[in-house]
Design a protein around this ligand. Structure first.
Ligand code: NOJ
Length: 525
């Protein structure tokens, strides 16, 4: 069995995970010192968000040098030591690669500015005399003028110019960057904005781009999910296959259409991709059943394992989402009230559901602590460019990136000496690793137990699932040979099918499973 087909993968948002040098920003020294924590949590692999040299206009997704570590995080030697340490603990390391855009401070973009219109340097990016009507994903237009009157394209921030993937120099450079890190022992890459590298020839206007619904439009738009992008991944897969032991790609594509999504997972392309349909889904039995069926079915056809994702560094944390009346994630909202006790209860149930489904499971740092979204950050401390580009209409993503509380009774909870880069709520002392480790009923204890069982159970991870008959509002499925998962999304407690309880997200009530709870059972076969 290849590891990437059933791994539990922990997302490390580096600047908020652990601070080794006390400056209030997470770093490699901090991560290295906490590897035993991750090993004991029971995950199999880490995905580390960008660690490259960067002006940090978008938390490091604006890369100035793909072969160097940013000094705020450490050094190349430390990155190599981290990879070795992680391997020593039995943990694989997946790093982020950002091929859609560079930083505007990348030497290529600086050279393009200097070289002027019509130059080979400008052909590495998209420079034009007139902008088209494309909007930036972060708000405002996707074009910014330069001194000589030309404009350059940036689907994200103005400090993230888009590369021109029609220019073969661009792919040659990225293949060399992939090799640079593969030669240093990384086990895989998470590909940022994997569906947007190629743009429609001539960069035509997007019909109706001004409509608010445009961001949600399906594949094949001029600025995303072009058929030609698949050629890039076929070439990358061949490159990866030269390496032993096996390495992997996970794609980040917000492609709504499940069939088009699965095209990226054909056997000669990416190994896996984040399942955002599941992340966005409401906490409702029928909606979840549909997403699960569609996911399993489309992935099965291309023989790729599904992934199950509840949160990441771009979305409202699911404890907060699940405590709302409307539990879907459509876009970031800060004006909706949330019952965090209810959200936490559902998050516990969702964790067990996601770990029982076939394929990979992702844990975003802080999921295992049940952290909620933080809304009341001071405007001057917010760093997400989304906040500025929307004039604060969208609070942005800082609220899901607040540094982890490790220990102690007050902020920064063992993260930094005089405070962390974003302030943590004082009440997080209850949610710290230290207080949860001592509590058998905590979210952390549930994750530790469930990940241990998931690893030991031959039925879990890669493989098939079969729905069992169940009453309305209940999801019940079997993973052969003898594993059963039951999720109660109805309003009343329910009777359990036969089997020996392995893990439950809530205590049973008179032998019945309460609402918003999940149980794992073993049934003899
Ligand atoms: C997706 C990343 O997850 C997000 O954080 C980033 O802002 C954009 N890609 C642009 O790189």
């Amino acid at each position: 069995m290849t590891w990437w087909r059933d791994a539990a993968i922990y997302q490390v948002y580096l600047r908020s995970f652990a601070d080794g040098n006390g400056d209030g920003v997470g770093d490699l020294a901090g991560l290295r010192s906490r590897l035993p924590y991750l090993r004991d949590l029971g995950v199999d692999a880490l995905w580390i968000t960008p660690w490259y040299a960067s002006p940090m206009a978008d938390g490091g997704y604006d890369v100035a040098d793909y072969r160097a570590i940013d000094p705020v995080f450490g050094s190349l030697a430390e990155a190599e030591a981290l990879i070795a340490d992680a391997h020593g603990h039995g943990l694989k390391v997946i790093i982020d690669i950002v091929p859609n855009h560079t930083s505007d401070e990348h030497p290529w973009f600086q050279a393009a500015l200097r070289a002027g219109r019509g130059s080979p340097e400008r052909r590495r990016y998209h420079f034009r005399d007139e902008p088209n009507n494309w909007p930036s994903r972060f708000g405002g237009p996707a074009w910014t003028p330069v001194a000589d009157g030309q404009w350059y394209l940036h689907l994200f921030d103005a400090k993230q110019p888009d590369l021109n993937w029609e220019n073969p120099e661009v792919n040659a450079e990225f293949e060399s960057v992939l090799r640079f890190w593969l030669d240093r022992g990384v086990d895989g890459f998470r590909i940022d904005v994997a569906d947007r590298l190629v743009k429609a020839a001539g960069l035509p206007d997007i019909p109706g781009a001004a409509a608010p619904s445009y961001m949600d439009r399906g594949g094949g738009q001029p600025d995303k999910d072009r058929p030609e992008v698949h050629e890039i991944y076929r070439a990358w897969r061949l490159l990866l296959s030269e390496y032993e032991p096996e390495r992997t790609f996970v794609g980040e594509m917000w492609v709504r259409d499940a069939e088009r999504f699965a095209l990226y997972l054909r056997p000669d392309e990416l190994h896996t991709a984040f399942n955002f349909a599941f992340l966005k889904c409401a906490w409702e039995a029928e909606a979840l059943r549909d997403v699960i069926d569609r996911t399993v079915e489309t992935h099965h056809r291309v023989a790729a394992p599904p992934t199950w994702v509840l949160s990441n560094h771009d979305v409202t944390r699911h404890v907060t989402r699940y405590g709302r009346n409307d539990t879907r994630f459509t876009r970031r909202r800060h004006d909706l009230p949330s019952d965090l006790a209810l959200g936490t209860r559902r998050a516990r149930a969702a964790a067990l559901l996601s770990m029982a489904l076939p394929g990979n499971v992702y844990v975003y740092q802080g999921d295992e602590l049940g952290l909620p979204e933080v809304f009341d950050l001071p405007a001057e401390m917010r760093q997400d460019p989304v906040f500025k580009r929307t004039n604060g209409k969208d609070l942005g993503r800082d609220g899901c990136r607040v540094p982890l509380p490790w220990s102690g009774g007050e902020p920064p909870f063992g993260f930094g000496e005089d405070g962390s880069w974003l302030p943590q709520p004082a009440e997080w002392h209850r949610l710290s690793v230290e207080s949860q480790a001592a509590d058998a009923d905590s979210m952390l204890s549930l994750y530790r137990l469930a990940l241990r069982v998931r690893r030991a159970e031959p039925a879990l991870g890669d493989g098939r699932m079969r729905w069992l008959e169940s009453s309305e509002g209940v999801l019940a499925f079997m993973r052969p040979p003898g594993f059963v998962c039951v999720v109660n999304l109805a309003e009343e407690p329910i009777d359990l099918p036969p089997g020996t309880p392995l893990v439950a997200s809530m205590a049973l009530e008179d032998g019945r499973l309460p609402p918003d709870a999940t149980i794992w059972l073993r049934r003899s076969v």
